[in-house]
Design a binder for this molecule. Structure first.
Ligand code: GLC
Length: 479
């Protein structure tokens, strides 16, 4: 896989349903893979596809070596893989190495794989609130759980756990996975003595549950020797596998994770206020790591169109797709899908349904997603869909395609120029990217040949850029 891929995140249960049960599945993904190829993406990241009781919608895995029957089982994976090969798309799986479902056979058969104690061993908190120690009804003992109580943390200081997970990685490589998105790595290795986390001295940089944010997670997370555990995953995956880490930590703390990885998500950027100065600072810091994977939206947080505001969705698309290095697009962002109402009875107990509504393929009430009752309602298919935007050369979908097509030509490096309030100006090799996030026209550098504007009006006035607009131009020799 190329070093700076465009990766399209598919949340399988919300992408395309092929059998009318209202939940997306892998045959559905296969049927819609042409859309991803037409976008110009290099790879697809599939959120977890393994058998799961669904407490965390796939992130609670009961068998790492199979595919959930709800998603079509292993045969559907084989079919998907063949289609991805045909289209030249790499498939990245979501590897969840830090915990399993309590329904995983290991949970009873291999107590040494987990953290079992007669009583809570420390003050650690779950990311979703409450103590991280869960009382098991069968034994009366406690196990460590950093997320939902149905997810039990694996003890990565046990070599047998490392070996088991290496086996999982090897087998999925044999089954055709080109690499992995590695889940929640900040908690992979814990303090060997399980000492208490001290109280937090300051507010967290990244958003966390208030109870979780009250502690400074220097023992429960972010062990200094985490690189060794990651190296074991790299060994199993092979040098040619592509590995991107989800490390839910500020950029300044990513260094110990980066060696064995190809990239780590720039999550501080995802959570930065959509204003020029904080965006610039977050991008510069992540770029300096040399391993930033750019991301503005995923299945855990408010969707880009809602967070950035409709007015700036094109400007943000241009920013994302002109950054050097790997870029991730969350399904639906390319048509401007916004936050939805969620479900009447919440499906996700942590409140993330609003970010996970089904993909809108056409303007029909079901959005072309399902012939049945969708597991979450559609948001607004008459207002935005792939079919409608396909017909409109000025649509957001076409802007994404144009940006992806232009990316390889932008040239190496990244430098910011100081620019007028409300604007960001990036130099990419021989190209200049000028973005105006503000609601008023702003002064802009003189452009050479215009390569791509966010809309026809973006660069109409020389030396000025229209509100909520952006353009990419070849730098003129004298600027
Ligand atoms: C990651 C996933 C999130 C999940 C958590 C626990 O942060 O993105 O959806 O709940 O890990 O696996």
């Amino acid at each position: 896989m190329r070093a700076d891929p465009v990766v399209y995140q598919v949340y399988p249960r919300s992408f395309q349903d092929s059998d009318g049960d209202g939940t997306g599945d892998l045959d559905g993904v296969r049927a819609r893979l042409g859309h991803v190829a037409r976008l110009g993406a290099d790879a697809v990241w599939l959120s977890p596809i393994h058998p799961s009781p669904g407490a965390d919608l796939g992130y609670d895995i009961a068998d790492f070596d199979d595919v959930d029957v709800l998603l079509g089982g292993m045969a559907a994976w084989e079919r998907l893989r063949a289609e991805a090969d045909r289209l030249g798309l790499a498939l990245l799986l979501d590897l969840v190495p830090c915990h399993t479902s309590i329904a995983h056979p290991w949970f009873r058969a291999r107590p040494d794989f987990y953290f079992w104690r007669d009583a809570p061993a420390n003050n650690w908190r779950s990311a979703f609130g409450g103590s991280a120690w869960v009382r098991d009804g069968d034994t009366g003992r406690f196990f460590l759980s950093s997320y939902f109580p149905e997810q039990a943390d694996l003890d990565w200081r046990n070599p047998a756990v490392v070996a088991a997970m290496q086996g999982v990685v090897r087998r999925w490589r044999e089954r055709g996975a080109a690499g992995f998105r590695l889940d929640a790595l900040q908690g992979l290795l814990k303090d060997p003595e399980l000492r208490d986390d001290p109280p937090a001295a300051c507010a967290p940089v990244l958003p966390t549950h208030p109870e979780h944010a009250a502690l400074d997670h220097v023992r429960s997370q972010n062990a200094p020797d985490v690189g060794e555990a990651l190296a074991a995953l790299r060994t199993a995956a092979g040098t040619d596998a592509w590995l991107v880490g989800e490390v839910f930590l500020p950029t300044a703390l990513l260094r110990p994770y980066l060696g064995p990885l190809d990239a780590a998500f720039a999550l501080e950027l995802l959570h930065t206020r959509v204003e020029p100065a904080p965006l610039r600072a977050a991008i510069a810091a992540a770029y300096a790591t040399g391993k930033a994977a750019w991301v503005l939206s995923n299945h855990d947080f408010a969707r880009l169109a809602t967070r950035a505001g409709r007015a700036n969705e094109r400007v943000l698309a241009m920013l994302l797709l002109t950054l050097p290095g790997p870029v991730f697009i969350y399904q639906g962002d390319e048509i401007g899908l916004g936050e939805g109402p969620g479900a009447e009875e919440p499906v996700d107990r942590f409140g993330r349904d609003a970010h996970r509504h089904p993909m809108q393929w056409d303007a029909s009430p079901s959005g072309g997603f399902t012939t049945g009752e969708p597991w979450l309602p559609l948001v607004d298919p008459p207002a935005r869909s792939v079919a409608a935007q396909e017909e409109d050369r000025g649509s957001l979908l076409w802007l994404y395609r144009d940006l992806i097509a232009l990316r390889p030509e932008l040239g190496p490096g990244l430098a910011f120029r100081d620019s007028a309030p409300g604007t960001l100006v990036l130099e990419r090799g021989a190209h200049l990217v000028v973005l105006n996030l503000g609601g008023a026209p702003a002064p802009a550098p003189a452009a050479g040949e215009l390569r791509l504007p966010t809309s026809p009006a973006a660069a109409l006035e020389p030396g000025r850029i229209a509100p909520h607009s952006g353009w990419i131009a070849r730098r003129s020799p004298w600027v």
